[in-house]
Design a protein around this ligand. Structure first.
Ligand code: ADP
Ligand code: MG
Length: 427
């Protein structure tokens, strides 16, 4: 290709190119530490009960019988996505042996965050499993068109025995979640196809385990399956069972317990633990070192996203931190996670009065709140409809509210503020 703008050197030229030597003094199987990696059963720690419960839901589908649906709840990094994918994958494997047609679809609602996007993703996943040639429009049509491709007279699911849909991070769908769930359950009830449907819905939003969204919760017969955070020992065991990602002997003693302890600080988050370990390995690689030391683990921890955000927050001006605290407080105590400026302002006034003895105007607080969107601590947008229909700005926190709250205030302020707020019953 004479016009190729990217020239490939000849084999001879590559001989002395340092890039031709694979860099494997630190990592042996780097992919084991990627967050998307779904480990085998013998690498999964402390989730036997949760796995069994999900198995009970899905197992019938592997034998051509109707499966159940389930709702998985828990903070980030507690193994929800992992358990859902792991069990679904095994059920599909058993079904294959049984000659049963079990189709699985995985939809990450954080990425596909409207009903149409999620329905399209579901349709494409099913198409890829059943008939990659089947035509589905990419754009310009609504959610119902995508449901049709599944359940129409000549739809994709006509020949299938069951469909297992994993709707991950379903809390990101906000209002659309109830819509998609009722569509799925109605299609099955209406017997549009002979295909059974199981929905495994997953939510990171733990604060409403006591009062789950009525419409969403009513789609599920059984209680939600709650994933508790890990303790430091479990995190260490998780890291231990992935340590063959590294070349033998490069992990110094003390590295795994330290990474586990650091990840257990906020809430026992396995993603964070693996992230710290992977970054520590990369730092060692960058320094052309042959060992992952405790020092590099600490450096990796500082490096991680969460820590960067904490630094950004600590550097904020006092009233901008009080406003952010107010939003985090609401996020932690309410069912929803987007709040109007007015709602935030009410809580802000209490916080500012307690800590600074004065509060700023509504408009000033709105300006301060908007400043947190740039470093991606929050997100802010207008609600649907035009101004005439009462459109207004809402704010959403993008990080763990506990971490943000403790970064916004000094330790001694924090308790006083929380006590005062609980008296005000603003939550
Ligand atoms: N019990 C566990 N044993 C082994 N690895 C785990 C366990 N729980 C979580 N992980 C790993 O931690 C990371 C985050 O887990 P994930 O299932 O994505 O959490 P969640 O969906 O609850 O946020 C993944 O890489 C996953 O493989
Ligand atoms: Mg997840």
């Amino acid at each position: 290709m004479p016009n190729d703008p990217i020239p490939t050197p000849s084999i001879e030229d590559l001989e002395d190119d340092p890039m031709s030597t694979e860099d494997n003094s630190i990592f042996r199987r780097r992919e084991l530490l990627r967050p998307q990696h779904v480990p085998q059963k013998d690498r999964i720690v402390g989730r036997d009960g949760e796995i069994e419960t999900v198995e009970t839901l899905l197992k019938p589908a592997a034998f051509g019988d109707p499966p159940e649906s389930g709702f998985l709840f828990g903070k980030t990094g507690t193994g929800k996505s992992l358990v859902a994918k792991h069990v679904t994958g095994r059920a599909r494997g058993v079904a294959q042996i049984q000659n049963v047609d079990l189709v699985a679809a995985y939809v990450d609602c954080d990425q596909y965050n409207t009903e149409t996007r999620a329905a399209r993703k579901m349709a494409f996943e099913v198409r890829d499993a059943i008939d990659p040639e089947y035509y589905i429009p990419q754009e310009g049509v609504g959610a119902s068109r995508y449901y049709d491709t599944l359940w129409n007279a000549d739809g994709l699911l006509n020949e299938a025995d069951s469909l297992v849909v994993i709707l991950d991070e379903i809390d990101k769908l906000e209002m659309d979640a109830a819509e998609i769930l009722s569509k799925l359950s109605r299609s099955e009830e209406a017997g549009k196809t002979g295909c059974y449907i199981s929905v495994v819905a997953i939510s990171n939003k733990t604060d409403y385990t006591d009062a789950p969204d009525e419409r969403v919760a009513s789609s599920f017969q059984d209680d939600p399956i709650v994933f508790p955070p890990y303790d430091a020992n479990q995190l260490e065991a998780i890291l231990e069972r992935r340590s063959d990602a590294f070349v033998d002997g490069v992990l110094e003693t003390g590295v795994l317990p330290l990474a586990a302890a650091l990840a257990a600080r906020d809430h026992g988050d396995a993603r964070r633990a693996l992230d710290i370990l992977r970054t520590a390995g990369k730092l060692a690689e960058r320094d052309s070192s042959e060992s992952v030391t405790e020092e590099r683990v600490r450096a990796a921890d500082e490096y991680s996203d969460i820590n960067r955000s904490v630094q950004v927050i600590r550097n904020g001006t006092p009233h901008s931190r009080y406003a952010l605290f107010a939003l985090s407080y609401l996020t932690k105590s309410k069912l929803t996670d987007s709040f109007s400026t007015g709602e935030v302002y009410d809580v802000y006034r209490v916080v500012a009065d307690v800590t600074a003895g004065e509060s700023l105007s509504h408009q000033r607080v709105l300006d301060l709140l908007k400043k947190w969107t740039l470093p991606e601590i929050t997100e802010s947008r207008h609600t649907g409809g035009g101004k005439a229909e009462g459109s207004y700005r809402v704010h959403r926190l993008l990080h763990d509210p506990d971490i943000v709250m403790s970064s916004c205030l000094e330790d001694d302020e924090l308790q006083t503020v929380l006590d005062t707020l609980s008296k005000h019953q603003l939550s």
